[in-house]
Design a protein around this ligand. Sequence first.
Ligand SMILES: CNc1ncnc2c1ncn2[C@@H]1O[C@H](COP(=O)(O)OP(=O)(O)OP(=O)(O)O)[C@@H](O)[C@H]1O
Length: 207
Amino acid sequence: MSPPPGVFDDSNVVQYIETSSGGDHVWLPFTSKKLYTNAFIVSPGPPRKILLGYKKRGFGAHLYNGFGGKVEDGESPGQAALRELKEECGVEARLNHCGTLLFVTTGEPEWAFQIELYRADAYSGTLIESEEMRPEWFSAHDDHPLEIPEIPHPSLRPIPYDSMWPDDVHWLPLLLANRPFVGRADFVNDTPGKYNMLRWWFGVLST
Ligand SMILES: CNc1ncnc2c1ncn2[C@@H]1O[C@H](COP(=O)(O)OP(=O)(O)OP(=O)(O)O)[C@@H](O)[C@H]1O
């Protein structure tokens, strides 16, 4: 399948390898993009582990995710990622950009959410639970989630893909593998709070 509209518009990267795709719906139209960030701390360990936050309210409530939010006027995505990480779990980190994703939802035909993804190996400060997020460490050993897992580390749960956005299982393994990635997922939101993927495409970049 060729990459979806919008994914390579702002980029001169021409080499990519598709890693997953699916759904047969037409790609939803959109006219502009709203910028968001999402940041993950992956501690090399051992045990290798990833910090996720349980979202207590708002968009994506009751799902685990990285830490992030809207890029405000006058901010770069990198600055917004640092601000959101600090606001949502109290820590600072040297974040590296590692991917860009586009999400489009039925009923929001004008906007695509463009999410800039970041990753850090370490952080400084003390982790805190904020009004928005409750941070929690999960095991991040190298298994692909669809393969038979190793015996999990006794004190760390595996990544809770069942309690995450349905797109996450397609790209979080790429973030963990340190492969720069892009992708797009289109959603239908026909029951309040429930988003199902209509079509998706994810790939890694080779520059
Ligand atoms: C549709 N599939 C998706 N899959 C994975 N992650 C998704 C996502 N859709 C949004 N996200 C992330 O969810 C956060 C929302 O941020 P959100 O809390 O709404 O923003 P912000 O904190 O600025 O809002 P308020 O200040 O509460 O208004 C933000 O990290 C964004 O990257």
